[in-house]
Design a protein around this ligand. Structure first.
Ligand code: KIV
Length: 251
């Protein structure tokens, strides 16, 4: 799709009903994100999410999807070493039918090891919710020249390590565009501007049922929509036509 210039649409899902709907409406990728901890479990961060939680929700999602590609998050502290990462990632593929795992940060050695074991990997740079206690707050990342250069290097090294996909979260749109052009693998943005190869949103954000204020990068697709299905279709079309995200959703 990247080579053909077709934008990739992705949404998170955590259960069989939404997974089936999203799948039927043509969304390309479903992410069983550790955002489950915040939007389903009601925690303030993603840190309390465990392997058992992600396994359970991934099974719910894969049971009802027919065609969408399913990526499952490796939760906090499930990949402290390459060996432990491989054992946990294998469970997501073997026991829950995920097709790829996502992990946060520049963990090149782990990515390389997983790929050697036959496990496809999605990297994740920019805002790293699992490192919120180090980062301090949920905010835009890589705003300085030095941080932007570091992010470009890390993205290239993640690709070299063998990742098949990269999520960029909350980084300036211009930088995300540059990374998307530099990398061969698709770059999926959330709060990273329209020039990424694809977009992802947390389902509950775009349906406007997340508690509290919507993050700047999310859009309420229920506004003006007759149904949840119509809102998801509008998101899919907006991603494909590159009319979402707009400047007002970008940094
Ligand atoms: O857990 C999640 O939903 C994610 C997305 C924000 C990319 O990682």
């Amino acid at each position: 799709m990247k080579q053909a210039g077709e934008k990739i649409s992705s949404l998170t899902a955590y259960d069989a009903s939404f997974s089936a709907l999203i799948d039927q409406l043509g969304i390309d990728i479903i992410l069983v994100g550790d955002s489950v901890g915040m939007v389903i479990q009601g925690h303030q961060t993603t840190l309390p999410v465990t392997m058992e939680h992600i396994l359970y929700h991934t099974r719910c999602v894969t049971r009802s999807r027919q065609r969408a590609f399913v990526v499952a998050d490796l939760p906090f502290m499930s990949y402290p070493t390459p060996q432990i990462a491989a054992e946990n990632a294998a469970r997501l593929l073997r026991e829950a039918d995920a097709q790829m795992v996502k992990l946060e940060g520049p963990r090149y050695e782990t990515i390389e090891f997983l790929v050697q074991q036959g496990i496809p990997v999605c990297g994740h740079l920019g805002l790293l919710p699992q490192s919120i206690n180090l980062m301090g707050e949920y905010k835009v990342h890589a705003k300085t020249v030095n941080d932007a250069e570091l992010l470009v290097e890390q993205a290239l090294d993640i690709e070299r390590a063998g990742a098949s996909l990269l999520v960029l979260e909350c980084v300036p749109a211009e930088l995300a565009g540059k990374v998307s052009r530099l990398l061969t693998i698709p770059v999926i943005g959330i709060g990273a501007g329209v020039e990424c190869d694809g977009q992802i949103l947390v389902l509950y954000d775009m349906l406007n049922i997340t508690q509290g204020k919507l993050p700047r990068f999310a859009k309420n697709f229920m506004h003006g929509a007759e149904s949840i299905a119509a809102a998801i279709s509008a998101y899919h079309q907006a991603v494909k036509q590159a009319s979402f995200p707009g400047k007002e959703h970008s940094y």
